[in-house]
Structure formats: structure tokens, C-alpha cells
Design a protein around this ligand. Sequence first.
Ligand code: GTP
Ligand code: MG
Length: 139
Amino acid sequence: TQRTLVLVKPDGVRRGLTGEVLRRIEAKGYTLVACELKQATRDMLAQHYAEHEGKPFYEPLVEFMLSGPVTAAVFEGERVIEGFRALAGATDPTVALPGTIRGDLGRDWGLKVQQNIVHGSDSEESSAREIAIWFPGLA
Ligand code: GTP
Ligand code: MG
């Protein structure tokens, strides 16, 4: 079985969408194993987004992720990494399909960074790395 790290990003928390996002993941059948409202630090985000360092959206992305608390959660289940990314929809919320979290709840706000409500790990390697950043105590 797999685990994935889900973040309700600061836009989602500010808009009061934490419950809606967690509800969809639980309704799909995945099991919540950890959940906490957290203020990210620059250090955590440098590790979390290491693969994007140097890209034009990197600095705005880090500033956005520091702009307020995120809801960090770990979900478990068979193929949950792939399953959550299907629930989340495409990175760009304008074209994310209706029925997905980003497609139903997100849009382009004309800002430098895509504010797309959620993050989900993209591989088993990423999920292990990301869970260690956000939940260092989790077994
Ligand atoms: P995450 O689940 O957040 O990792 O999204 P993702 O895997 O769909 O996207 P990716 O890892 O490629 O990018 C991380 C985040 O950077 C995205 O969720 C967006 O917030 C932002 N981002 C990615 N690509 C672009 C882009 O081309 N332009 C802008 N402005 N922001 C981007
Ligand atoms: Mg990603």
C-alpha cells in the first residue's frame, strides 16, 4: 500500500476549502493517517520544491506558500499517489476537468503563480521525501 502527502495550499485554506478537499479524498475511500494546520518555513519549501529551483515561477511559488498556513495531510491506500493526482486534476485550474478538485474549485486569478488549491506527491520517492519534511515524527 502507498502513502501520499497532500497539502491544502494557502489559497485553499483562506477560502475555507480544507474540509471540502479532505471530504473528497475520504469519500474516494482513502484513509487519513495524519493531518495538521502548519505554517511552512522557507527551509521546508526549499526541500519540498527542490526540483523547481531556478524555474521562473519558483520564487513566487515559495512566497505564495509562505503567505498563510497550509493543511498538511497524509493519506494511505492502494495506488493513492496516482488516485489523488486524478482527484486533484491538471496543474492549471483553468483547464483542469470539472469533477476534479482544481477543476471544480479553482480558477486563474491573474497572479504570478498558479494558485491551484492542492499539492499531492507525484511518486513513491517524492512521497517518502515529502512526508519526512511535513511529518518528521510519522513512522
Ligand atoms: P503540485 O501538486 O503542487 O506539485 O502540482 P503539480 O505537480 O501539478 O505541479 P508542479 O509540481 O509541476 O508545480 C508545482 C507548483 O508550481 C504548481 O502546483 C503551481 O502552483 C506552480 N506552477 C507549476 N508550473 C507553473 C507554471 O508554468 N507557471 C506558474 N505560474 N506556476 C506554475
Ligand atoms: Mg508537483
